[in-house]
Design a binder for this molecule. Structure first.
Ligand SMILES: Cc1cc2nc3c(=O)[nH]c(=O)nc-3n(C[C@H](O)[C@H](O)[C@H](O)COP(=O)(O)O)c2cc1C
Length: 392
């Protein structure tokens, strides 16, 4: 069957992968309300396209932390990609590089920073989980730096792992032929099988729950790399992130895998953008499956988006070629959305090109007058009628 959109890879992946692995990739936390909402919220945002703009030339290139990339679509960190495909993180890195965009490698990759770096040139970020043992963290960050990674995406929404019930039912554990490669030499590469999710137990024993804003400053003492704070959902935290020296913010709910009933990220994005006031770039991930989603995110003020599951599922279905195809399809759809909305560059995408459910009703000037008139008349009628009704 010919694949014509990103979402179609999920069914193929489901068929190909062992149940434990597919469930780990696909699921969200608890009731999975946020998981559905991450998608549904996009569908409630509509377009206000402009017509008769000369769209014979479209430019989707952009710049992220000073690095020129081919499009505002990047790869989010997802753990343990060799469960999806034997070439895992390395195939993903090659696909990102071929597409001219950024890949973020997870701390919990089944390939190391060095192995990913050895795939060839490419702009890459390293996602960091802060372990209790800060020597482990320092060593890892230094290795990422030495391997040419360009930024640290510090994940701040995971002091404990969210409750993913299928992982508990499946007794999820990393298959024995694989390791968390970045931690192999540190004796932390294995995951014990436990009576619930092996990953949840691993997090509980290794990840530092005391992590706080002071540590963002501490991180800047051990690395020169810019730090993106990944997992911010509020204006309050966005402001603190700037004070703490963040170079950027990723509005993320971890693909709905941590706290259930947080809003869809596309709904939380604008409050963060407004709080940040253009001081640092704001990115978003969660539920991006269409070029139209990318456009909506940019219209709400994002500098770019990251995608998680589409990469995992296409990798499982077709390895590097699958990931390349996902990136190409999203790029094509995004370009088409720009053409049909009358935008030639990313700068031309504005808040006026979309309509959200939290926007006040938008009235054309003349229509506005009519409506005002109508409202006034109704209101007066109500005022006029009432005494009459009362006297009856
Ligand atoms: C299977 C899987 C593994 C993930 N692993 C990590 C991780 O190791 N570190 C991290 O910061 N986020 C991780 N995430 C979250 C992603 O970085 C990203 O926030 C999320 O997948 C975006 O939503 P989407 O999958 O709907 O595109 C993971 C997500 C999935 C689905």
């Amino acid at each position: 069957m010919e694949i014509t959109n990103v979402s179609e890879y999920e069914a193929i992946a489901k068929e190909k992968l062992p149940k434990m692995v597919y469930d780990y990739y696909a699921s969200g936390a608890e009731d999975q309300w946020t998981l559905k909402e991450n998608r549904n919220a996009f569908s409630r945002i509509l377009f206000r396209p402009r017509v008769l703009v000369d769209v014979s030339n479209i430019d989707v290139t952009t710049s992220v932390l000073g690095f020129k990339i081919s499009m505002p679509i990047m790869i989010a960190p997802t753990a343990m990609l060799k469960m999806a495909h034997p070439e895992g993180e390395c195939a993903t890195a090659r696909a990102a590089s071929a597409a001219g965009t950024i890949m973020t490698l997870s701390s919990w990759g089944t390939s190391s920073v060095e192995e990913v770096a050895a795939t060839g040139p490419g702009i890459r970020f390293f996602q960091l989980y802060v372990f209790k043992d800060r020597n482990v963290v320092t060593q890892l960050v230094r290795r990422a730096e030495r391997s040419g990674f360009k930024a640290i995406a510090l994940t701040v929404d995971t002091p404990r792992l969210g409750r993913r019930e299928s992982d508990i039912k499946n007794r999820f554990v990393l298959p024995p032929h694989l390791t968390l490669k970045n931690f192999e030499g540190l004796d932390l590469g294995q995951m014990e099988r436990t009576a619930d999710s092996g990953l949840a137990s691993y997090v509980a024993s290794q990840v530092d729950r005391s992590l706080n804003w002071k540590d963002v400053k501490w991180l800047q003492t051990i690395t020169q790399l810019p730090i993106l704070v990944k997992g911010v959902l509020t204006a309050e935290d966005a402001k603190i992130a700037i004070q703490a020296g963040a170079a950027g913010i990723i509005v993320s709910n971890h693909g709905a895998r941590q706290l259930d009933y947080v809003p869809a990220t596309i709904t939380a994005l604008e409050e963060v953008v407004q709080a940040v006031r253009g001081q640092i770039p704001v990115f978003v991930d969660g539920g991006v499956r269409r070029g139209t989603d990318v456009f909506k995110a940019l219209a709400l003020g994002a500098t770019g988006v990251f995608i998680g599951r589409p990469v995992v599922f296409s990798l499982a279905a077709d390895g590097e070629a699958g990931v390349r195809k996902v990136l190409q399809m999203l790029r094509d759809e995004f370009e088409l959305t720009m053409v049909l909305s009358g935008c030639r560059t990313l700068k031309e995408i504005t808040r006026h090109h979309i309509k959200t459910e939290w926007d006040p009703p938008r009235l054309a000037p003349s229509q506005g007058k009519d409506m005002e008139h109508l409202f006034h008349e109704r209101h007066c009628m109500f005022v006029r009628v009432r005494p009459k009704a009362a006297s009856n």
